[in-house]
Design a protein around this ligand. Structure first.
Ligand SMILES: Cc1cc2nc3c(=O)[nH]c(=O)nc-3n(C[C@H](O)[C@H](O)[C@H](O)COP(=O)(O)O)c2cc1C
Length: 162
């Protein structure tokens, strides 16, 4: 299965998760596309698609939302995985519902929030302030959920495709 992982990332955590997925699925047939780099590609050249991004103040990156909107019909024709990175566990389900369209959520083979990180060295003044205020945390924290990433890739039947 030739798989595309299409993502946006603010401080690099979603990219780390995408790389972990690529490692699990087999690097020869798995291709990463960072929406910020805008690399043009043809969805139809892939057998399975994974789309992900991270949540900031409840919102997924606009680039990911726009991608889902623009490519809904193509995404509905393939096995689809949807993932988020986030640190506010009680809100995981609500954030998923709010940020991915229902039609894609219903079609998806795997859909999960896979944890995240607070990287204080990469945050600007306001981001630090928001994180401290909302979560009470003022130091970097790493909570990428490797087990869930494995379950996600297994659920899509993509483990070790090389
Ligand atoms: C300013 C700020 C706001 C955030 N707001 C949320 C939030 O509303 N919900 C959540 O689950 N995580 C929130 N997070 C945690 C991020 O989703 C987490 O840091 C994630 O790993 C970022 O991934 P990225 O580096 O790929 O963008 C926030 C992080 C920052 C810095």
């Amino acid at each position: 299965m030739k798989t595309a992982i299409i993502y946006a990332t603010t401080h690099g955590t979603t990219e780390k998760v995408a790389l972990k997925m690529k490692e699990l699925a087999g690097s020869e047939n798995t291709f990463l596309f960072n929406l910020k780099e805008g690399s043009p590609f043809d969805i139809n050249a892939f057998d399975a698609i994974i789309v992900g991004g991270s949540v900031h103040a409840g919102m997924l990156q606009k680039r990911v939302k726009d991608f889902c909107k623009e490519h809904t019909l193509e995404l509905l024709q393939k096995p689809l995985g949807l993932f988020l990175c986030g640190m506010n566990e009680p809100e995981y389900e609500a954030q998923m519902e709010k940020n991915f369209p229902e039609i894609l959520r219903q079609h998806s083979t795997a859909m999960e929030t896979l944890g995240g990180e607070f990287l204080f060295d990469k945050m600007n003044f306001f981001q630090k302030l928001i994180v401290k205020k909302i979560s009470g945390i003022s130091e970097s924290m790493h909570k990428i959920n490797d087990e869930k990433i494995h379950e996600f890739i297994s659920g899509m039947k993509l483990i070790n495709q090389n």
